[in-house]
Design a protein around this ligand. Structure first.
Ligand code: BDR
Ligand code: CA
Length: 312
């Protein structure tokens, strides 16, 4: 199978980290570059974290670009309460030796897409959609180049995780999310409705540690730290691993089920800001713009991650 060209837009974050490592470990994807954005922690830290992950995976040739340092309209909200001060607390990684590329991440995304064939690049969004929204506004001629946009964000049946109605990635930059939802290219959405059905289990975390590799040690450490927040919050036996669903979908789409529906983002009401309005029951005549997933084969998902990470 020829590899799929992808760009990862991210704010690492422990769950972003697993998504990045999964992509770096997988031959089916050709990672053109990683673009960072402010989200879980400020941009300087998300960029540093992305560099450290490329080193951890022994892929120092991976290009990492820093994108936007704040959302398009609203002030930045971060999530140190979930991810710790560095965004990757628990991992204990050394300072990166590789450096960021000098070009701005949005400009690189535009340049890369313009140089690509039509319908050829998948954008994997693991974070607030600021960079992608900005690129679409700055250079709408990139749109035909995009094969699809696969994003982790939103929630409908599950409600929100940062406000009662809204999921973090959409809430942090609802205006950018609104631009992406309306961009007209195929969208695949991995919402909380999916990620809350795939909870990490102790046995799986122990299997990561048992790899006895730097990747196994670091991922065990960071995920043990990261899951404490959700376990306490939801009273569940393990925490969700949101962002790797995006990469897992590219590798094994059969792990997921969903529906072709209309999804729009609330950008006017302060009470429900960033809410994803999902027309699951087709009660409007708004045209479907996304494949909205709501089922996951959790065992298959965790087995895939463990298998691929064991090769790094
Ligand atoms: C999303 O928000 C971030 O905290 C995670 O990295 C994930 O992208 C989950 O709501
Ligand atoms: Ca993320």
């Amino acid at each position: 199978m020829p590899s799929q060209k992808i760009i990862i837009d991210t704010d690492p974050g422990q769950d972003d980290a697993i998504a990045i490592l999964l992509a770096l470990a997988s031959e089916e994807v050709d990672l053109l570059g990683i673009v960072t954005v402010a989200g879980n922690v400020p941009l300087e830290l998300t960029s540093r974290n992305a560099l450290m992950l490329c080193e951890l995976a022994k892929k120092p040739e991976t290009k990492v670009f820093a994108g936007c340092s704040r959302p398009l309209v609203r002030p930045l909200i971060t999530a140190e309460h979930v991810h710790g001060k560095t965004g990757l607390d628990g991992a204990d990684l050394p300072e990166p030796r590789i450096s960021l590329q000098t070009q701005h991440g949005v400009d690189w995304t535009i340049e890369t897409l313009l140089a690509a064939e039509d319908n050829s690049v998948t954008i994997c969004c693991l974070a607030p959609l600021t960079n992608v929204g900005m690129a679409i506004v700055k250079a709408p001629e990139i749109l035909p180049k995009i094969k699809n946009i696969v994003l982790m964000g939103g929630g409908f049946f599950e409600g929100g995780n940062i406000t009662p109605t809204s999921e973090f990635n959409i809430y942090v930059d609802p205006h950018a999310a609104n631009t992406v939802m309306k961009c007209g290219r195929p969208l695949v959405i991995m919402p909380l409705d999916v990620t809350h059905k795939a909870l990490m289990q102790r046995k799986w975390l122990d299997a990561l540690r048992a790899l006895k590799t730097p990747v196994g040690k670091a991922t065990y450490g960071m995920l043990s730290f990261y899951e404490r927040f959700d376990v306490e919050k939801y009273g569940s036996s393990g925490g969700p691993l949101h962002d790797p669903t995006v990469i897992a979908y590219l590798l094994k789409p059969e792990l997921f089920e969903g529906r072709q529906v209309n999804v729009e983002v609330e950008i006017n009401s302060e009470l429900t800001m960033g809410m994803t309005s999902v027309d699951w029951w087709k009660v409007t005549d708004r045209a479907p713009n996304a494949t909205y997933m709501n089922q996951i084969n959790a065992d298959g998902f965790f087995a895939l991650i463990l298998d691929r990470l064991s090769h790094l």
